[in-house]
Ligand binder design. Sequence first.
Ligand code: PLP
Length: 377
Amino acid sequence: MYLMNTYKRLPVSFVRGEGVYLFDEKGKKYLDMVAGIAVNALGYNHPKLVETLCEQSKKLMHVSNLFENPWQEEVAKLLVEHFHDKDGKVFFCNSGAEANEAAIKLTRKYFKSVGEKQRYRIITFYKGFHGRTYGSMSATAQEKIHLGFEPLLDGFDYATLNDFESVLKQLNKNTAGIMLEVIQGEGGINEAQVEFLHKVYELCKKEGLLLIVDEVQTGIGRTGSFYAHQHFGIKPDIVTLAKGLGGGFPIGAVVATDEVSKAFAPGSHGSTFGGNPLACACAKVVIEEVKKLLPQIIEVGTYFKKRLKELGKVKGIGLMLGLDIGKDCQEVVLKALDKGLIINCTAQSVIRLVPPLIIQKEHVDECVSILKKIVNW
Ligand code: PLP
């Protein structure tokens, strides 16, 4: 009654969660294959995460970025340890859109700082999704996201994923960088091809462009490697993170090479809440736990993909999977909910499965058996 009409909500209200299950007001149990859209990486009521959250909130929840913040240092170290540039640097914020906003600003600032003022444009991709703020929305090459909000922020040129010629067509003397998701999440779990990414990577090196990989959805173990771009053998200059990083507590981050990071100086960019002690304490637990889960994510993800193939065309890597049913899947989502299974429909016909990273094969079997009852392929 008092909320703005920005979401089409499903008719259920959850009151608690345990492991990979959610429970509604009536006590009905649901197997959750969405995890708050790739957020609840450690599932619900994870003992270490909950304990850390409680303990840290008793000590200190927030301290301004005017002061030293050892919690940020610890999480930044963990993020850089997995990054190709071991001297890389991190900026903390609160969401995916904010992380991308910071990445866009960093890209422009970098070229100003090296005296190439004409370079400010970024090539992004159709069906990609980078967020809802003006910068991240303008970077999002989807008309339906822009509709009614024009004029957009200038500086984005759109190309088609896996079509290298379309990238070359957008390249000009003003191009500063190329920004992409290695698996487009909101756009329907569309994987970038290895050869395509290599060409893009080589182009960036040749032309001196920055490669920005939006890992807001794919990052922090979702695909079975710490960063999803590691599957493809490319070395981005900037990586953006959010969603799973806090395991349900809001936090976003930008990881960049040492060289690029130097473009930011005190006063260049900031965020009041970004990387506060509570958020960083949660992120630290998530990262430590996810690191241990990586082999399991690959194993269960591979099994999940194999089982889903019994139902149709499957896309994705690790625990970021899409089942294309070739028709609108909203009705399937409702039927699944009725049977105690939470799934999500994206790009109209793709059932998106981004479960908590702790899921086991038995949960995969439970999910597939419910899906089989719903849809008669
Ligand atoms: N980038 C990607 C790849 C995403 O999937 C999303 C959200 O779905 C965002 C950015 C925006 O993140 P947020 O909703 O936290 O602003």
